[in-house]
Design a protein around this ligand. Structure first.
Ligand code: SF4
Length: 279
């Protein structure tokens, strides 16, 4: 059994919070480059170039990509041969978020739902932990902005709605969202499971590297069909018109109850931030 101190988890979460908020992934920059080659709207083209410039400044000057530095969503894959020592895992993650948002001068965006009083340190974090084989711990920090999260939805379709019903709902969700989620977006789709599992799948799908194929050929085809329909809507970069409303559609799916067809759409803005480490 390998021992890992939760102190190390705190340090890594701290660093990941700061890195994720200032360093947009190469896969996102490359997806924007591909969009620049195809965008027909002069204004849309201009905005795509500005997004790249914004990302460059953020990386070089170590400042946040966006003023909304997000809810800290943390995915943990905990090897079952790891013994965490020195404290509680959740508390260690919260402390890492606390330190990362303090030391990185990142906006604290978490508040009481009724009083709207800010918790002051961007905690609590949302923690999705699962056990996996092995003696390592993989931690991914994905700060999630409020504008795009607000446009996300979970619904329970009926089995007879089928694939066509899924396509209709996802495209309609993007259409109704308009400029609110700061397009170009990445559209995460979770199909199956239960109500809460569909939402989790949609969020987790956003971690896939942009530009990579879905390993399931049926889902890969569905992603491509939905993306084509979305980019025909004409919403465009920042909602000012153009071909590039979304950079990608990512789908994760699992079996569901015979009476149900759960579906979640988690929209991610162009500030597609996540960083990971394995210890
Ligand atoms: S939706 Fe994304 S890009 Fe828009 S304000 Fe929020 S974090 Fe920033």
């Amino acid at each position: 059994m390998r021992e890992i101190s939760v102190q190390l988890v705190t340090e890594k979460v701290r660093d990941l919070c700061m890195k994720a908020n200032t360093d947009l992934g190469e896969d996102v920059l490359q997806a924007i480059d591909r969009a620049i080659e195809k965008e027909e709207s002069p204004l849309g083209l201009e905005i795509l170039k500005e997004l790249k410039e914004n990302a460059r400044i953020a990386r070089e000057e170590n400042v946040p990509i966006c003023q909304d530095t997000g809810f800290a969503v943390v995915f943990v894959e905990l090897g079952q041969d790891v013994h965490l020592v020195g404290g509680n895992l959740n508390e260690a993650i919260y402390e890492g978020v606390r330190q990362g948002y303090r030391d990185g001068y990142l906006r604290k965006s978490i508040c009481h739902p009724f009083t709207r009083a800010n918790t002051g340190d961007n905690t609590p974090a949302i923690i999705h932990a699962e056990t996996v084989p092995g003696d390592k711990v993989k931690i991914t920090v994905a700060p999630k902005g409020g504008g795009s999260e607000n446009m996300s939805r979970v619904t329970m379709l009926t089995p007879s709605d089928g694939i066509e019903g899924i396509k209709r709902f996802v495209v309609q969700r993007v259409k109704e969202s308009g400029s609110n989620p700061c397009p170009p977006t990445i559209v995460g789709v979770g199909i199956g499971g239960t109500l809460e599992q569909a939402g989790f799948l949609a969020k987790k799908s956003l971690l896939r590297v942009l530009g990579t194929k879905n390993p399931d050929p049926v889902l890969d085809q569905l992603e491509s069909e939905i993306l084509t329909e979305i980019n025909r809507l004409g919403i465009g970069p920042q909602g000012l018109g153009g071909r590039t409303t979304s950079l990608a559609v990512h789908i994760l799916m699992m079996p569901c109850h015979i009476a149900s067809l759960p579906l979640a759409v988690n929209i991610q803005c162009h500030a597609q931030r996540h960083k990971e480490i394995t210890i």
